[in-house]
Design a protein. Structure first.
Length: 108
């Protein structure tokens, strides 16, 4: 999924970096300072809600929006993500047009 989204965003003019776990994502966000973050709920070392809260702490000066994607059908995950400050939430399979629109909106 990281590879697919990276290619789609690069084709649409975005600079992209990908990570496969939450710990690595936090390190890279501190270093690279992205404007928008797309994260999955299911990560090997923490869940997306845990990472979302940490990203708000380390990226509060530069992250304009955090968008979460999840394959879970549990409506509570979406509610918690939005309540925890996610800019948007998408269920898998992700509608790519909707995702691109959401990223544009996050950048303002």
């Amino acid at each position: 999924m990281v590879w697919l989204f990276s290619n789609i965003f690069k084709e649409n003019g975005y600079e992209v970096f990908g990570c496969y776990d939450g710990s690595n994502a936090l390190k890279r966000v501190r270093k690279i300072k992205p404007g928008v973050v797309l994260l999955d709920y299911n990560l090997p070392d923490m869940n997306g809600l845990q990472l979302l809260k940490k990203l708000h702490l380390v990226g509060r000066d530069h992250i304009k929006g955090i968008i979460m994607a999840s394959g879970t059908s549990d409506p509570e995950v979406k509610k918690k993500a939005i309540k925890s400050g996610a800019f948007g939430y998408l269920s898998k399979p992700v509608d790519l047009e909707r995702l691109l629109k959401m990223v544009k909106e996050a950048f303002g």
